[in-house]
Write a protein that binds this ligand. Sequence first.
Ligand code: ADP
Length: 243
Amino acid sequence: MIRLENVSKRYGDTLAVDGLSLHVPPGELFACLGPNGAGKTTTIKMLCGLLKPSVGRVSVGGFDLQTQGDRARQLISYVPDQPFIYDKLTGREFLEFIAGLYGMEPVHAARRMDEVIAIFHLGEFVDDLTERYSHGMRQRTVFASALLHEPKLLIADEPTVGLDPKSIRELKRLLRQLADGGTTVFLSTHTLDIAQELADRIGIIDRGRLIGCGTLDELRSAAAHDGSLEEVFLRLTETDPCA
Ligand code: ADP
């Protein structure tokens, strides 16, 4: 579903992503793990077609983001780390607006809106102006909007930041359900627990480079260490030959 081939991105003197190659098959929940500044957001923006790689090729569902960007973007929903929502709309109006952007047929849109309102428990506040929402309510509304058109690939940048423990648990359950239902989920996190608990495979990114990729067991053998993801992560980042 996702293919990155030798992708690099430079901002002036900063090499934010350095020769990244990665393949994520359909229905996988992949977590991109790394410290702040590692290059996770830059990678995600290239995956969504919001940034052009300086070098390399990115494709989603077999469509090249640069030459067939429109086809690729139809498959993708992206939830940024600071989701934007129009304050002067109600949650329902926001969902209607997003359904319109995707060109959803009205009867189908109405049915999907009912479904996502139920899934994300928005019923109690969906007719209030979003300016009154807490961070968790906004996040749930944005996730609901992202899933309206049933994307094949959901990309979420640091989705659990700022959420309370109950919302985090609900979100984790939902992401797992989506992947089990065949949606590919690509998320970034700097939280080891989230990656360890949720992901089918984990990519460890450090200073723009993918220094480890696989299941927790595969990462353990790569690091020659049988411990927690934290210990494996530290071992891999400390033995990085470019560190
Ligand atoms: P992460 O999401 O892992 O925290 P980012 O992809 O945001 O990392 O950033 C990777 C590197 O690129 C950092 O050194 C950051 O300072 C730099 N960077 C990110 N965006 C820009 C930009 N627009 N201009 C210049 N440098 C940037």
